[in-house]
Design a protein around this ligand. Structure first.
Ligand code: NAD
Ligand code: UFG
Length: 325
């Protein structure tokens, strides 16, 4: 039976990945420093606590378990923090990944799936972003993701490492079974912030800017269900069985929704009035980010199945009404 190492598997997206792998019969080891993740989120998987920058901890992990593939979700991922304290981001996201990749090479593991981001593109030059869109990140977080993609390309050429970098747009939603969901402290993401404000009337809902050149002045994003992301990782891992090299795929639904449209949809789902205060723009927010995921659909045979906005908000709402961690 295949054993998969999921680095960052105690976090939001990683824990949904772990759940899917376990359902599909894989043996799963999670390696996580629990800096933003949650012990209970790994469920029945084996959890080894440690930091990817600690090479000796990684070396003993790989020495004792025969992994068939590595999925790498660990990162510091708050864009604004990356602007304020970039060294932390380069250290965790680039130095940390390099440390992990070095041990992966020594253990002779050939398949590596990496969580990249739409943040690699920077300011969009066209409405639908495909993988050939220029990559000019506008913040250190996006720069770290692009650097790792470059490292993966060089590793493919030099060491024959097979990898897929998945450029997610806006991950959202929760496990339909209600066991897992998004819990970040602090939470910066739109949908969980809306739902927290629906649950707790005193948590003010803030809209960062309504003066963009968009349908209603607020920013437009492409929300992709976390379970659709997990399925894409599985397909990416299988893809590497027959494809050498370093590959990159966008993962989005192809549909853009404005902040105000998301709030309106959440009003319908929750039945709460959700009063919102308009604040100035949040620095670093591009006005519109919508994916073309044609390449992932054609090459990986992946289709988003749960990324209808009502389904995303509905699943997240059920989780927020009864979070377990
Ligand atoms: P998360 O913070 O919930 O999960 C990250 C996990 O990695 C946590 O469990 C954390 O404890 C662990 N971790 C962080 N640094 C570590 C280290 N040095 N050693 C060991 N463990 C470490 O984040 P998420 O929202 O689940 O995002 C997962 C990945 O997807 C990240 O790489 C992020 O940059 C990327 N991404 C997320 C989104 C999104 O919308 N959430 C969009 C694009 C890309
Ligand atoms: N927003 C609000 N109020 C809030 C939170 C967010 O108005 O309380 C707005 C933001 O200004 C933005 C939109 O809602 O216009 C979405 O913001 P999020 O913070 O939910 O997501 P981002 O688009 O900033 O970033 C996410 C991930 C990044 C990833 C990016 C790719 O966090 O890792 O998607 O699109 F790079």
């Amino acid at each position: 039976m295949s054993r998969i190492l999921v680095c960052g598997g105690a976090g939001y997206i990683g824990s949904h990945m772990v759940q899917l792998l376990l359902k599909r019969g894989f043996e799963v080891t999670v390696f996580d420093n629990l800096s933003t993740g949650h012990r209970v989120a790994v469920g029945e998987a084996e959890l080894v606590t440690g930091d990817i920058r600690d090479r000796s901890a990684l070396a003993s992990l790989f020495a004792t378990r025969p992994f068939d593939a590595v999925m790498h979700f660990c990162a510091s991922s708050i864009v604004a923090d990356s602007v304020k304290d970039p060294y932390v981001y380069y250290d965790n996201n680039v130095v940390g990944t390099l440390s992990l990749l070095d041990v992966v090479r020594q253990a002779d593991i050939g398949r590596f799936v990496f969580s990249s981001s739409a943040a690699v593109y920077g300011m969009p030059e066209r409405e639908l972003i495909d993988e050939d869109h220029p990559t000019r990140p506008i913040n250190p977080y996006g720069a770290t993701k692009l650097m790792v993609e470059r490292i993966l390309k060089d590793a493919a050429d030099a060491y024959g490492l097979r990898s897929v970098a998945l450029r997610y747009f806006n991950a959202a939603g929760a496990d339909p079974g209600g066991a897992l969901g998004e819990v970040h402290r602090p939470e910066t993401h739109l949908i969980p912030n809306i739902l927290r404000s629906a649950l707790d009337g005193s948590a003010e809902l803030q809209v960062f800017g309504t003066d963009y050149d968009t349908v209603d002045g607020s920013c437009v994003r492409d929300y992709i269900h976390v379970c659709d992301l997990a399925l894409a990782h599985l397909k990416a891992m299988e893809y590497l069985d027959s494809h050498a090299g370093a590959h990159r795929f966008n993962l989005g639904s192809g549909n853009g929704y404005s902040v105000l449209q998301v709030i309106e949809a959440a009003r319908q789902v929750t039945g709460c009035p959700l009063p919102a205060r308009v604040l100035p723009r949040r620095p670093g927010d591009p006005p519109v980010l919508v994916a073309s995921s044609q390449r992932a659909q054609a090459e990986l045979g992946w289709q988003p199945r749960h990324s209808d906005l009502d389904e995303i908000i509905g699943s997240a709402w059920r989780w927020h009404c009864r979070p377990r961690f």
